[in-house]
Design a binder for this molecule. Structure first.
Ligand code: FES
Length: 102
């Protein structure tokens, strides 16, 4: 699946996400500046992204753990998610995300 990820400079990157992996892993492997300090364990919030409104409502709801971590993240918006909790699946082909400020 394709992921369209906008970095903190506003540059759009079209990257490939492998089914079953996470959006965070796809961005990290593509060399985008996503810290993902906990490696995807839902314990750091440094993989925070904003999901385009068009896609946000199609995602599975966040787990209580993800909501707890988002509570501690900075610059949280109504469309904030942790990209390590977003799994690449064919139905999300073309999803647009923007990397949140550090
Ligand atoms: Fe740490 Fe997502 S990588 S919460």
């Amino acid at each position: 699946m394709k992921i369209i990820a906008t970095d903190r400079k506003g540059v759009e990157h079209v990257i490939e996400g492998t089914d079953g992996w996470t959006v965070m892993e796809a961005m990290r492997d593509a060399g985008l500046p996503i810290a993902a300090e906990c490696g995807g364990a839902c314990a750091c919030a440094t993989c925070h992204v904003y999901v385009d409104e068009e896609w946000f409502g199609k995602l599975k709801p966040p787990s209580p753990e993800e909501l707890d971590m988002l509570d501690m993240a900075v610059a949280v918006e109504s469309n904030s998610r942790l990209s390590c909790q977003l799994r690449c699946e064919p139905e999300f082909d073309g999803i647009r995300v923007t990397i949140a400020p550090e």
